[in-house]
Ligand binder design. Structure first.
Ligand code: MEV
Length: 434
């Protein structure tokens, strides 16, 4: 394997203490960056964005912007909403918009949330006597809740949130010993809640150890927040029965086969992640929660289901969506603030409901295409631009080759980078000869 010429044991010594210019210079000395990279990094991002980035993460050298687009035609719970989506994948926004338009013309999207609490876990790796452990804990449950509410999250309590319950789970370890896991249920109001619930769990560690004489190990939230589930429902009235049946069959395929369910859910997440990102929320947390929920029966399942009732197609989404509208990046990032404002989002629950609705609509767009004309044609049409860019075409060349490449796509039903490179080469030769 090739090694960077200037990289040695001391290259990263004190790296985190350097300012950005020093950091960039150090990377140039290592051979990790070229002068052209430096010019790119220095010209691509605003001072404000770099300063914000330095406040968010460590060892910043630049920013990585994603395209931010608007999915149009969404009408959710009786409200028109422009949907901001930060996503790099061609056709996601186009498909969401087209599907939302179809639903607007022929049906409706509604949403709701069941439950209000997220889960923090306090783990006791081995408890000597589980029965007496539970008895002591339950005898002091209200005291523990009151203390943590008072000392750690008084602001949440003032907003009608805070810790709502403590429950205990018994897990038999592979070595036969008993592990106890306390679940701290906490209503985070408009925060995503990870920091709050982590603080509460860590606060409770000492008192629980003192009261029970058992040892606490990990204190951390669970991303499987099955105590707060966001639901979305789509109805399409009087659907063409062949299209409806194709969508129902696609749904059944995902229910029967985890290999298909994974891709089916990826299509749902195509709608979910871009809004989670655009609003400055933690998309890894949302993904983790959704995948864990999809697996709750022991087999990985789709998080949406589609079925016919008479002439109508019904689709339903249900999964945890842990997002916030206050705190963290959501509050600090001007683009996240703008996106929340544009959707007129008033609460974290409302945001989660919009996200669920877009995920369900995105899924419908994908499985409708898959069960009718396939996705390659529509996808590749939009993908031609990406291929032209990858082949190094100038804007003028892109315009000149668009029609020809679309024609090629019609005849071959697919198009590759080497097709595009071939056409570009020929165009340049023709222009050179003229
Ligand atoms: C591609 O990003 C997403 C799809 O594969 C989803 C699906 O198969 O349902 C088209």
């Amino acid at each position: 394997m090739e090694i960077l010429p200037g990289l040695n044991e001391s290259s990263f010594t004190g790296f985190s203490k350097l300012n950005r210019d020093e950091r960039l210079q150090r990377l140039v000395v290592m051979g990790a960056l070229t002068p052209a990279d430096l010019a790119h990094l220095k010209s691509s991002h605003s001072h404000a964005m770099l300063t914000l980035s330095e406040n968010l993460v460590e060892n910043v050298i630049g920013c990585f912007p994603l395209p931010l687009g608007i999915a149009a035609h969404f009408h959710i719970d009786g409200r028109d909403i422009p949907i901001p989506m930060a996503v790099e994948e061609t056709s996601v926004i186009a498909s969401a918009s087209a599907t939302a338009k179809w639903i607007r013309e022929q049906g409706e999207i509604t949403t709701e949330i069941q439950g209000d609490s997220i889960i923090g876990q306090i783990q006791l790796p081995i408890v000597k006597d589980f029965t007496s452990f539970v008895a002591i804990l339950m005898a002091h449950k209200q005291l523990l809740i009151d203390e943590a509410n008072h000392h750690v999250v008084p602001g949440l309590v003032a907003r009608h949130g805070g810790i709502t319950d403590l429950t205990v789970r018994c897990i038999v370890r592979p070595d036969g010993a008993t592990m106890a896991v306390i679940h701290v249920l906490l209503n985070p109001c408009d925060a995503m809640g990870a920091n709050l619930v982590n603080q509460v769990c860590e606060f409770l560690k000492e008192p629980i150890q003192m009261l029970t004489g058992e040892r606490v190990a990990l204190c951390i939230l669970s991303n499987l927040a099955d105590t707060k589930i966001t639901h979305a429902k789509v109805v399409i009235r009087n659907i063409d029965p062949i299209i409806g049946q194709g969508i129902v069959e696609a749904s059944l395929f995902a229910r029967c086969d985890p290999y298909r369910a994974a891709t089916h859910n990826k299509g749902v997440l195509n709608g979910i992640d871009p809004i989670v990102i655009a609003t400055g929320n933690d998309w890894r947390a949302v993904e983790a929660g959704i995948h864990a929920y999809a697996c709750r029966s022991g087999q990985y399942q789709p998080i949406t289901v589609w079925y016919m009732v008479g002439q109508d197609l019904i689709g339903q989404f249900a999964a945890p969506i842990m997002v916030g509208t206050v705190g963290g990046v959501t509050r600090l990032h001007p683009t996240a603030q703008m996106c929340l404002r544009m959707m007129q989002i008033q609460s974290a629950d409302q945001l989660a409901r919009v996200i669920a609705a877009v995920g369900l609509v995105q899924n419908l767009g994908a499985i409708k295409a898959l069960s009718t004309k396939g996705i390659v044609k529509g996808h590749m049409k939009l993908h031609i631009n990406n291929l032209l860019l990858s082949a190094g075409a100038t804007l003028k060349e892109q315009i000149e080759l668009q029609i020809e490449l679309q024609g090629l796509l019609q005849t071959q039903h697919k198009i590759t980078l080497s097709d595009v490179e071939g056409c570009l080469q020929r165009l340049r030769q023709e222009q050179h000869a003229a």
